[in-house]
Unconditional design. Sequence first.
Length: 246
Amino acid sequence: MSTALTLTALPGLPMVAAGDDLGGILADGLARTGLLPRPGDVLAVAQKVVSKAEGRSVPLAAVAPSPRALALAAETGKDPRLVELILSESLRVVRSRPNLIIVEHRLGFVMANAGIDQSNVGQDGHALLLPVDPDASAARLAERLGMAVVITDSFGRAWRRGTVGVAIGAAGLPALLDLRGQPDLFGRELRVSITGFADEIAAAAGLVMGQGAEGQPAVLVRGLIWEAPAAPASALLRVGAEDLFR
């Protein structure tokens, strides 16, 4: 929850490359802007800069497509090498059709193309994979920066058009806020209300980050209040027994 919320992009961040000290880059950006950490601060960080720093860029020329990847590429019209990477990062293919592959990622996310992207990668002929463990990546950044961190990515939604920012990693805050048992405005007890707190932060930060050439991969969200214990972004995943659609 919040009473007065501000979102501030860290300006002037350099392009991130494999092996860069991302925590140091973000700390310098905060200091340069005069944004010293306060209680309730959250730094939303785009997945792409985390993946770049962690060396998750793969040259497609080095990928040998399997027979399965070749068959799926023929069905969808995608590059067989990209399809091979998608399959290697996935537990299963949920749906496919021309120009679309929806998978269950090895981390449990249901998403297009296993989150693999070629936009804003900075290297022609390369594809960028998700971090190996986004919650662990967030935890390392949170410890370094002394504030909560949410790693964001853009997801499509099954029943709505357009992508929106979601949290794939979180540390230092509760990814979920369980409001059950609390009263509503008229004193009625809430019985099913569980808020995707980290997802809401990611979506808000996405308004500032943008999706194209904005070059603003880190946004300080200030003014939030929470009392629940910290929980990672993996807590946002719906377990199979609760899934009515797959």
